[in-house]
Design a protein around this ligand. Structure first.
Ligand SMILES: NC(=O)c1ccc[n+]([C@@H]2O[C@H](COP(=O)([O-])OP(=O)(O)OC[C@H]3O[C@@H](n4cnc5c(N)ncnc54)[C@H](O)[C@@H]3O)[C@@H](O)[C@H]2O)c1
Length: 417
């Protein structure tokens, strides 16, 4: 959803190439049909059309002007939305309509034997998402949501740090998303829960999926939301605006190092997610914190571009951690000798040779890395269409699981006082 927050020009495709679209007439070429030619589709399609062996054949939108503009930009044919699924020359339908339309459009495409790459969320209810997963399995077709976060190199870097335990166990996490609503007028579908599914479902799915990539599936233990106050004098026509949601999820972590842990009722890593849409675009900001026994990682931007790791390390761990993080730069904050190397926490002793801060970066700005993850997700899924032995980073089950967590959080937030 964040894309509507930036200027539409940020997502405008590069000028269309004068060269013919690649792969016409080649049986190995994946022919894409686009349904929904809005802001984010323009951004994604500009990445998809540069993938080898991919061609954009047809576009559809209920707004004829949007469809026409996309057709010109992409060198594609305009069809009616229903005709995209029926068209024999389409292999993959990319659905970039608002969330409530995804289920029916994905179902129609799957029933017509197409592969589906849907914008997130896959669907706005768990039952619908599961029905799509079953249908895809029955037809042997792809049906995933565009959950790009796990395609960021920083997702892998953080996963390596967690699994290395060089900072000890992960204790808890926090994601604070102070998002802009400058591009979201009161009439925008984002504020309409019937269409968007609410903030957890429309937007939170990205971050539930990222944390699931690190920690497995979580369980919602608390949730709440807050509505924007209505100024009776000025906002007589204001819609009911859910502008802030938050929830806490628990992730089971059955082992600590190589030692089994006694399962207690409240064991596990607590992760808090907070999303608010109330900032101007220039103040849009996000921070994720992962707190370990001996340090923490902070990631910045909603598709993370950079971050810092700060922690107590022994002689070898500082360099090893720096090697796990891209474009890293180590600052020695403090060194310890003799008895000062002895540290304790959580009833355990450890050796601390130094306190270090490591900065790291993907080496690109937000739109640069965003374009890369959109491209890499599509490339990964298209490889699977061609080779079913290919192991995808994101599956149908992941796409369903994140809807399930989002719907559970939404339900709990709606019920909370
Ligand atoms: N993966 C990501 O990082 C990411 C980022 C932003 C948005 N999104 C998702 O992309 C989707 C679209 O978001 P957007 O910001 O581009 O919205 P948008 O409003 O700019 O575009 C939606 C388009 O769909 C068209 N449309 C609506 N109903 C239709 C129908 N029944 N048939 C055909 N076309 C229809 C609209 O006319 C519009 O052109 C949403 O699901 C959103 O959550 C994903």
């Amino acid at each position: 959803m964040q894309t509507v927050l930036a200027s539409v020009d940020d997502f405008a495709p590069a000028a269309p190439s004068a060269a013919p679209l690649p792969g016409h007439g080649n049986a190995n070429v994946i022919r894409v049909g686009l349904v929904g030619c809005g802001a984010f589709a323009r951004f994604s399609m500009d990445r998809y059309r540069r993938l080898p062996g991919v061609t954009i054949r047809a576009v559809a939108d209920i707004d004829p002007a949007a469809a026409q503009r996309a057709a010109v930009e992409l060198g594609a044919t305009v069809l009616a939305p229903e005709a995209i699924s029926a068209a024999s020359e389409i292999d993959l339908v990319y659905i970039a309509t608002p969330p409530a339309m995804h289920f029916q459009q994905a179902r129609a495409a799957l029933e017509a034997g197409k592969h589906v790459l849907a914008e997130k969320p896959l669907a706005t209810t768990v039952a619908d998402a599961e029905a799509l997963q079953s249908l895809a399995a029955r037809h042997g077709r792809l049906c995933v949501a565009n959950l790009v976060e796990r395609y960021n190199p920083l997702a892998d870097a953080v996963k390596s740090v967690i699994e290395s335990r060089l900072l000890g166990e992960l204790v808890h996490g926090l994601f604070v998303n102070e998002a802009a609503d400058e591009g979201l007028e009161p009439s925008h579908w984002f504020w309409n829960r019937e269409i968007s599914g609410g903030i957890f479902v429309e937007h939170g799915v990205h971050f539930f999926d990222l944390v699931a990539y690190w920690l497995g599936q979580g369980q919602v233990v608390a949730a709440a939301r807050s509505m924007r106050p209505v100024d009776a004098a000025r906002d007589t026509a204001a819609p009911t605006v859910e502008e802030q949601v938050m929830c806490t999820c628990r992730y089971a972590r059955p082992m600590t190092g190589d030692r089994p842990v006694v399962a207690t009722p409240h064991a596990g890593v607590l992760f808090h997610f907070e999303h608010g849409f109330h900032q101007c675009s220039r103040m849009d900001r996000q921070e994720m914190r992962l707190v370990f026994e001996r340090g923490e990682i902070r990631l910045f931007d909603w598709v993370p571009t950079h971050g810092t790791l700060r922690g107590l390390v022994d002689d070898a761990a500082g360099a090893t951690l720096a090697g796990m993080l891209p474009d890293s730069d180590v600052t020695l904050i403090d060194c310890y000798d003799g008895a000062a190397r002895h540290a304790r926490g959580r009833f355990r002793s450890f050796d601390a040779a130094a306190l270090v801060e490591i900065s790291f970066s993907v080496g690109k700005d937000k739109l640069g890395i965003y374009g890369d993850v959109v491209r890499d997700l599509a490339a990964d899924q298209i490889t699977w269409i061609r080779d079913r032995l290919h192991r995808r980073r994101l599956t149908e089950a992941d796409s369903v699981a994140t809807v399930a967590l989002a719907c559970a959080a939404d339900r709990m937030a709606m019920e909370a006082r």
